[in-house]
Design a protein around this ligand. Structure first.
Ligand code: PGA
Length: 258
């Protein structure tokens, strides 16, 4: 596991965008796993800029989003369908039919979840998965106590997540209670993973994920089992890492590594 510490959020987003661009240069028809929330906004802005100014091409790319609120229609401003359209898809040349987001309004969630898992497999699996992390250590909406082998399914949100996400709604009462989310097991099958975290509010979650035991109480800790995961963090989010000096030392020495 690699931990790369950045002085500023913008730098962190630029590193993440470079990782995505590299994946697309290597494989123009790559399958990307995408996240929503405040954290990846800067990454999406940078990808939009790279598309506009440098011709970064999404014409053959396929994307699968991690999650969606149950009960929110795709036109709802807080739905992740809306988020992805406004913050990324409408600004790049990705074919709409190549963008998959779990449905928050299907009448058969079980069948939909199975179909979503199947569709990821049919598209060849996820080459690069982008993740954020909740202040409770969740990845996607895999709340504490989620099975580390879980697949796409309905989850009941934790109180912490409802409170954290209330800032996007008029009140905490308006935050949906359920979400449809890829499982931890689904995420671990991605070939490469980058997790982004910024701000002091994420420091405990990041420390638990990187240095804590692998435990369902911090589902991001399951990434310790993944062979190609990079944590891209800013200084406040890295502030509780015990081995911080070592991670920074590694970054200075990597260039000359045999
Ligand atoms: P945030 O959410 O980026 O809005 O902090 C992260 C998450 O819950 O995964």
């Amino acid at each position: 596991m690699e931990v790369i510490v950045h002085d500023a959020y913008e730098d962190m987003c630029k590193t993440a965008a470079r990782v995505v661009a590299k994946a697309l240069n290597r494989k123009p028809n790559a399958v990307l796993g995408l996240a929503t929330g405040s954290t990846p906004l800067g990454l999406y802005q940078e990808l939009v800029r790279m598309h506009r100014d440098e011709g970064l091409d999404f014409s053959q790319v396929t994307t699968f989003n991690l999650d969606e609120y149950v009960g929110l229609d795709r036109t709802h401003p807080q739905s992740y369908h809306y988020f992805m359209r406004e913050n990324l898809f409408k600004h790049i040349n990705i074919p709409k039919q190549n963008t998959y987001i779990p449905s928050g309004t299907t009448d058969n969630y079980e069948a939909f979840c199975q179909w979503y898992e199947q569709r990821i497999k049919e598209c060849g699996g996820i080459d690069l998965q982008v993740l954020g992390i909740g202040s409770d250590g969740h990845i996607a909406f895999n709340e504490p106590s989620s099975s580390l082998g879980s697949r796409t399914r309905i989850k009941t949100l934790a109180k912490q997540t409802i409170d954290d996400n209330a800032r996007f709604f008029d009140s905490a009462e308006e935050v949906p209670i359920y979400a449809i989310t890829m499982g931890v097991g689904t995420i671990l099958e991605a070939r490469e993973i980058i997790l982004l975290a910024n701000g002091e509010k994420k420091a405990d979650a990041v420390a638990g994920a990187v240095e804590g035991p692998v435990a369902c109480m911090n589902t991001a800790s399951a990434l310790q089992l993944h062979p190609r995961t990079m944590f891209l963090v800013d200084r406040p989010a890295a502030s509780k890492l015990k081995m911080l000096d070592y991670y920074e030392w590694v970054q200075t020495k990597m260039v000359n590594a045999p």
